[in-house]
Design a binder for this molecule. Structure first.
Ligand code: NAD
Length: 371
């Protein structure tokens, strides 16, 4: 069976870490039961430079024809002077999420024991590592709720966004959270601000109703301000953290620091089953949690692990290749334990060696174990 992946490297470090990822994929897919076609297209600032638009029609068409999208990252100082609606993130990434109804963003946050020293938290707090999944609702809330706008009121001026959730939006992300929880440690923390916001009272109500279908999974409700504190104070209490869009945006960046570097964190954005699915494969967009890192772009020092682990999530969630996904994750684990470090996770310790983006990818590919 032939399957197709739209590869959109984007800007800044995007092309560097994508190249590294394709190398690892090439190795792991050698014995795959599926034949993969990877087709590249322009997106973001590089697309603006080439054809004048961050999400060209040909790119969107390629995505529509594909089973999944492997995305780098977009944006950078070069395009920051453009009107906001034409800038790469606003004009490419948000429309892609909306077009494909990618409502569920899954971000695993893992701190490997060997990288304890790069986490800003004390070792008594971090313990032997962290393993959390943040599930962020991605197509609702204040980012998409209407009305939004600005208006003059006599001498005064105001601007507004609407925090809005429909029942079906909360239900579908709730089901996914409990299914994820069921496959892990059977514990879900649902984050809200139900003490103040009407939409969040509704969120809590609907999540509690959905929970009745999953009596084997513990549910804890937590206010977002408390969650922000608890992530730093006692991160090991969490397993699956379910968040509305805006709170998830903020908490997932906070949580990213637990792993020591944005360069370690992958993500998967999944769509509504069957809407864009083809031949039984689930459509999704897979990208690193970080951005284009303009401060290190072009230097060959970016950490490719976030992009490589995003590719592993793609094999797992879109193509149901659990064995191959695990092989990549194990290869990353082994490579870290062998002491390979890109600049962002490097500390001069006896058993570590500083490597480039390419060298890290080669080490991971070499650690793919087919046995
Ligand atoms: P950033 O994530 O690009 O960088 C923040 C810090 O993390 C930088 O010091 C960077 O060097 C480091 N970093 C990030 N990824 C790394 C990696 N793989 N290896 C090593 N270090 C890494 O965030 P920013 O500086 O706020 O944004 C830069 C640009 O990226 C902006 O234009 C922003 O709009 C864009 N951005 C895009 C996305 C996306 O495409 N999904 C997400 C966030 C930011």
């Amino acid at each position: 069976m032939e399957v197709q992946v739209a590869v959109l490297p984007g800007d800044g470090i995007g092309p560097e870490v994508m190249e590294a990822t394709l190398e690892v994929l090439e190795k792991v897919l050698r014995k795959s039961p599926l034949f993969f076609k990877f087709k590249k297209a322009l997106v973001g600032g590089s697309a603006i430079d080439a054809v004048g638009h961050a999400l060209p029609a040909q790119t969107l068409q390629l995505c529509e024809e594909s089973h999944a999208i492997l995305f780098g990252s977009v944006g950078g100082p070069k395009w920051e002077s453009l009107p906001p609606e034409l800038q790469p993130e606003r004009a490419a990434l948000l429309p892609l999420r909306r077009h494909f109804s990618l409502y569920a963003n899954i971000r695993p946050v893992v701190l490997y024991p060997e990288l304890q020293h790069v986490s800003p938290l004390k070792s008594e707090i971090i313990g032997s590592g962290v393993d959390i999944v943040i599930l962020r609702e991605l197509t609702g809330d204040v980012y998409f709720g209407e009305p939004k706008g600005r208006r003059k009121l006599g001498d005064e001026e105001e601007a507004f966004d609407t925090m809005l959730y429909r029942r079906y939006e909360i239900e579908r992300i709730g089901h996914l959270a409990f299914e994820l929880g069921r496959a892990r440690k059977k514990k879900v923390h649902s984050i809200d601000k139900a003490n103040v916001l009407t939409s969040m009272v509704f969120w809590r109500e609907v999540i509690s109703e959905i929970h009745k279908n999953y009596p084997d999974v513990e549910l804890h409700h937590m206010y977002v301000d408390n969650a922000a504190m608890q992530l730093i104070r006692n991160p090991r209490q969490f397993d699956v953290i379910l968040c509305p869009n805006m709170f998830g945006d903020i908490l997932s960046d906070e949580a990213s620091q637990l792993s020591g570097s944005l360069g370690m964190l992958p993500s998967a954005s999944l769509g509504v089953p069957a809407l864009w699915d083809k031949n039984g494969y689930r459509f999704g967009l897979y990208e690193p949690a970080g951005g284009t890192a303009p401060d290190i772009a072009g230097k060959g020092v970016a950490n490719p692990i976030a992009q490589i682990l995003s590719a592993a999530l793609m094999l797992r969630y879109s193509f149901y290749l659990e064995k191959e996904a695990t092989m990549i994750e194990e290869a990353v684990r082994r490579t870290i334990s062998q002491g390979y470090r890109t600049l962002d996770i490097y500390a001069a310790l006896d058993n570590t060696r500083k490597v480039s983006t390419q060298e890290m990818a080669m080490a991971i590919a070499a650690n793919i174990d087919f046995s």
